[in-house]
Ligand binder design. Structure first.
Ligand SMILES: Cc1ncc(COP(=O)(O)O)c(C=O)c1O
Length: 359
């Protein structure tokens, strides 16, 4: 029996992705091989690799002057790779909107003059700070933001007005709503939320930011130019993950692409937020204008009830609803593959839980 998985990642995949993977498991297109067993230089895999990049370009409307790199190491590796590749003058600004931007900042900090120019830490990251242009320093190589904050349930609805290239960790927001790619220098994302299974990291980078000559030593495998010059086939890519991610993108395209999924995501998020806002049992502490479409944290009246909620929801087929350990409570991650019915079922459960536990 399938369940609704509200995990922050790895998360649900479209059912079509799973059934097509199953159908091709023993013999992909009559080859007698699973994609996981194929040479990454074979015609079948080369076609998958090219179609994945092409489909991502089409869905996200990625302009010609941007390269798409298929890497490994997760977004966490990009916390190192981005500064190693982009710090030409040794100076960058970071906006701190949660755990992951703190990590990105900490990994960049030893590499140059790295400043945290704004933070919402004092309020446990319940909002995106105001970012007037004058807080950003002159002469930086880039400004780093986290577009969607997975743990705290916030997202940028307006991008900061910056002169330097904007570098964005979009791990939990990518493909969920329209983004104007030309506003960014680099976008990176681990696959395991809206793209596909874990193991693939997508980097979308303006081509003039890919340098062959870097001012400091950078391991060859972390250099953007290494994979950019080899069409992301410098070494063996995660072939099976790329294949399943392609199936996921094909399904997204079939559903009508980003504008269609954005509408569905807005519907799911407003069902949940409206229900929580109209309840005197549950609450969400995030500033309304900054609320995430993908991750909805909420609390019941006390920590014991939170624990009970998570346990009883799991027995009802609503899985992985625990909040991150730093915030507690619950969190419903409702990525692209979570159907509206899953959210409706969660709300029905929340109503019942409230009835049974309200005194
Ligand atoms: C916004 C964000 N950045 C980075 C990460 C870390 O990603 P990875 O595990 O791919 O290194 C996560 C993981 O949940 C995330 O949500």
């Amino acid at each position: 029996m399938r369940v609704y998985n509200f995990s922050a990642g790895p998360s649900m995949l479209f059912e079509e992705t799973l059934t097509e993977t199953r159908d091709n498991m023993l013999s992909y297109k009559g080859s007698g091989l699973c994609v996981a067993e194929m040479s990454h230089r074979s015609k079948d895999y080369s076609d998958i690799h090219a179609e994945f990049i092409e489909t991502l370009r089409e869905l996200m409307q990625i302009p010609e002057n941007y390269a798409v790199l298929l890497l490994q190491g997760g977004a966490s590796q990009q916390f190192d790779a981005a500064p190693l590749n982009l710090l030409r003058n040794g100076k960058a600004d970071y906006v701190i909107t949660g755990h992951w931007s703190e990590r990105a900042f900490a990994q960049a900090a030893p590499l140059g003059d790295i400043a945290a120019v704004a933070t919402s830490k004092e309020s446990v990251f319940t909002y995106i700070p105001e970012l007037p242009p004058e807080i950003f320093r002159e002469g930086t190589d880039y400004v780093h933001i986290t577009t969607n904050n997975t743990i705290y349930g916030t997202r940028y609805t307006v991008l900061p007005d910056v002169k330097s290239p904007l570098v964005a960790d979009a791990s939990s927001g990518i493909l969920s709503e329209y983004a104007d790619i030309s506003k960014f220098g680099v976008i990176y994302a681990g696959a395991q939320k809206n793209i596909g299974p874990a193991g693939l990291t997508v980097v979308i980078i303006r081509k003039d930011l890919i340098y062959d000559d870097l001012p400091r030593y950078c391991p060859k495998m972390l250099k953007y130019s290494t994979q950019a010059n080899a069409d992301s086939l410098f070494n063996t890519p995660p072939c099976m993950t790329v294949y399943m991610s392609l199936l996921n993108l094909r399904q997204l395209k079939k559903l009508g692409g980003i504008s269609a999924i954005q509408k569905i995501n807005e519907e799911k998020a407003s069902l949940l937020y409206d229900f929580i806002d109209n309840s005197d049992f549950y609450k969400n502490n995030v500033k309304k204008k900054d609320r995430s479409l993908m991750n909805v944290p909420f609390l019941s009246p006390n920590a014991d009830l939170d624990k009970k909620f998570i346990k009883e929801a799991a027995s009802d087929g609503l899985l992985t609803l625990g909040g991150h350990k730093t915030v507690g409570g619950m969190r419903a991650s409702v990525y692209n593959a979570m159907p509206v019915e899953g959210v409706k079922k969660l709300i029905e459960f929340m109503k019942k839980f409230e009835r049974d536990n309200k005194n």
